[in-house]
Design a protein around this ligand. Structure first.
Ligand SMILES: *Cc1c(COP(=O)(O)O)cnc(C)c1O
Length: 366
């Protein structure tokens, strides 16, 4: 068996230990004679799995008692609508900070659903290569919205805006449990699982109880109301059972490796190793500005300025890297170049292998 180092932005690599456990339990989970994929979500065998997954999320993220933890479907993208439908119904007005594609999509969805959207800051002027500094958000808003880690642009907030009484909503799809986070600063957090938690299929929502409203915006489908899912403990309809099972295993893996603090130590070490190399290289450079850099997603370009030549060299890089067992390094079309996503499950050895390859490639193509 030969495993590659997978730098995909999502779905992305999972801890090998977790994959082995899943494989070992595939034919017979816990003496049931079935895999977790096959069993009823209402069965006695599955119930402890979802309960443990919630318990572990609460423990690792230090979730206060007045917050609900929900396991939903529809990915991060469905949350763009759910946030607007459920939270945007008092004043009908919300503040968004525009830091790239995902924040823009969220704002567009809110607007589309009739919420008056104020884009109170943007980093569009420099192709979203930095996070605008908005220390304080005030105004007549139902909520304020940020995307904490910008997967495509490779940027990350190094501060949390102070919103006073305005509930702060954050998309943490690509940085959840990569670092400690003070949940009590937020009204709602959400994350699609396929970056740092599990395979695709489950979306984790952490919502302060007072924000679970009886009256979402008119016409909100039952399935898009947080109350539906909160009242039923995420069992209103069939939850993505197998994904929740893997998520639970990933939670235990994170705990064994030092929890959110342990992840941050490992992620800093990996990201520093890569950014240090990029910053001293005369062949490559990182696109995100210092002070706004993501520990999870690292887009980089070569210093070739001619667009056609740059395109050819990027393609060569991605192809040769794949042949060397380093896969999914193509950059997003909006940034170009390459992108290494180095989520929790990427090892330091993987990042070192990448940097060795980059050194060799730079020498051969200088
Ligand atoms: C991947 C991603 C999304 C979209 O997630 P889906 O689960 O594909 O809908 C949203 N926000 C961020 C920050 C992401 O990285």
């Amino acid at each position: 068996m030969s495993r590659v180092y997978n730098f995909s932005a999502g779905p992305s690599c999972l801890p090998e230990e977790v994959l082995r456990e899943c494989a070992a339990e595939m034919m017979d989970f816990n003496g049931t004679g079935q895999s977790v994929m096959e069993m009823s979500h209402r069965s006695a065998a599955f119930k402890p799995i979802i309960e443990d997954a919630e318990k572990m999320v609460r423990k690792l993220m230090n979730v206060p008692d007045n917050y609900k933890v929900l396991f939903l479907q529809g990915g991060g993208s469905t949350q763009f609508a759910m946030v607007a439908l459920n939270l945007g119904n008092k004043k009908g007005k919300a503040a968004y900070i525009e830091t790239g594609v995902w924040a823009k999509k969220a704002a567009a969805e809110a607007k589309n659903l009739g919420v008056a959207v104020d884009v109170i800051a943007s980093s569009k002027d420099k192709n979203y290569s930095y996070i605008p500094r908005v220390e304080k958000i005030t105004g007549d808003y139902d909520y304020a919205y940020i995307c904490l880690n910008n997967t495509i642009m490779g940027t990350h907030y190094e501060y949390i805006p102070d919103t006073g009484d305005i509930p702060l909503v954050a998309d943490i799809s690509s940085c959840i449990l990569s670092e400690p986070l003070d949940v009590s600063r937020f009204g709602l957090l959400f994350a699609g699982a396929q970056k740092n938690l599990a395979p695709a299929g489950v979306t984790l929502v952490i919502i302060r109880e007072d924000l679970i409203t009886e009256t979402p915006r008119a016409g909100t489908p039952t399935m898009l109301s947080y109350k539906t899912h909160a009242d039923a403990d995420s069992m209103y309809n069939t939850p993505p059972c197998y994904t929740i099972y893997v998520l639970d295993k990933v939670m235990h893996w994170i705990e064994k490796n030092g929890g959110a603090e342990g992840m941050l130590r490992l992620n800093r070490e990996k990201a520093d190793f890569l950014y240090d190399y990029l910053d001293k290289s005369d062949f490559y450079h990182a696109t995100a500005e210092k002070g706004s850099r993501s520990l999870m997603n690292v887009p980089f370009l070569t210093k070739e300025t001619d667009a056609e030549k740059a395109d050819a060299i990027n393609k060569k890089f991605v192809k040769e890297a794949a042949a060397a067992g380093l896969v999914n390094l193509a950059g997003h079309r909006l940034v170009g170049g390459m992108r290494a996503s180095i989520y929790n499950a990427m090892t330091l050895d993987g990042v070192k292998a990448l940097v060795s390859f980059m050194e060799k490639f730079a020498k051969e193509n200088a």
